[in-house]
Design a binder for this molecule. Structure first.
Ligand code: PRP
Ligand code: URA
Length: 206
């Protein structure tokens, strides 16, 4: 399942994010704000349990989010989405998945992994701003499943038809929430029109 989140406040930010002239500081702020919009949509059906609340005026019925939530960025670029997710899910644990693409083949090369302990009700919110060939996210999902995390939702800023197709073919159980499905991949496996290299733009390493 894939969903394109079309909220105008998200799409407004996406246009600025893409622009070549957008410098790293603003780029990071936009990634942070856009992550909130994606999260609201993707976590709409989080389980809750009822709680009783005493207000200054009486008693109210409330809810509390239930279950174990894990926030997992794919390094490097996913780091930009980690802090905003922990802001809205302060009780979540974090796992880190280090993967980089081989420059010629675009095959994912895993280089770091640190995951929390899985629970039967764990839900992993996997974070990566770019979904190109789908190699990195599919590799991350295989790793998560191998480590006992079967429930995963993927938050993404820019995708393309090739990446969506691969993700849905290899992991139909993992929904992806994205702000855009762009036109195509170029010969170097970059998303067109995309925004270039998300890690470089986030960290100023162009
Ligand atoms: C980028 C991006 C994704 C991946 C997407 O990372 O952040 O992880 O490429 O491409 P794919 O769908 O073809 O796998 P990159 O490998 O450039 O590493 P970086 O974030 O460290 O720059
Ligand atoms: N990774 C990026 O950062 N950008 C792309 O367009 C493709 C992969």
């Amino acid at each position: 399942m894939h969903a394109v989140v079309r909220h105008p406040l998200l799409q407004h930010r996406l246009a600025i994010l893409r622009a070549t002239k957008t410098a790293p500081k603003l780029f990071r702020e936009l990634v942070r704000e856009m992550t909130f919009f994606l999260a609201y949509e993707a976590l709409r059906d989080l389980p809750t349990v009822p709680v009783a609340v005493r207000t200054p005026m009486g008693d109210a019925d409330g809810v509390k989010v239930a279950g174990h939530l894990v926030v997992a960025p794919i390094l490097r670029a996913g780091m930009g989405m980690l802090e905003p997710m922990l802001e809205i899910l302060p009780y979540a644990t974090a796992g880190v998945i280090g993967t980089r693409r081989d420059e010629t083949t675009a095959e994912p090369i895993p280089y770091y992994l640190n995951l929390p302990r899985p629970f039967p009700d764990s839900l992993v919110v996997l974070l990566d701003p770019m979904l190109a060939t789908g190699g990195s996210v599919c590799d991350a999902i295989v790793t998560l499943k191998k480590h006992g995390f079967p429930r995963i939702v993927f938050l993404n800023l820019i995708s393309c038809p090739e990446g969506i197709a691969r993700l849905e073919r290899e992991h139909p159980d993992v929904p992806v929430y994205t702000a855009a499905i762009d036109d195509h991949l170029d010969a170097r496996h970059y998303i067109v029109p995309g925004l270039g290299d998300a890690g470089d733009r986030l960290f100023g390493t162009l």
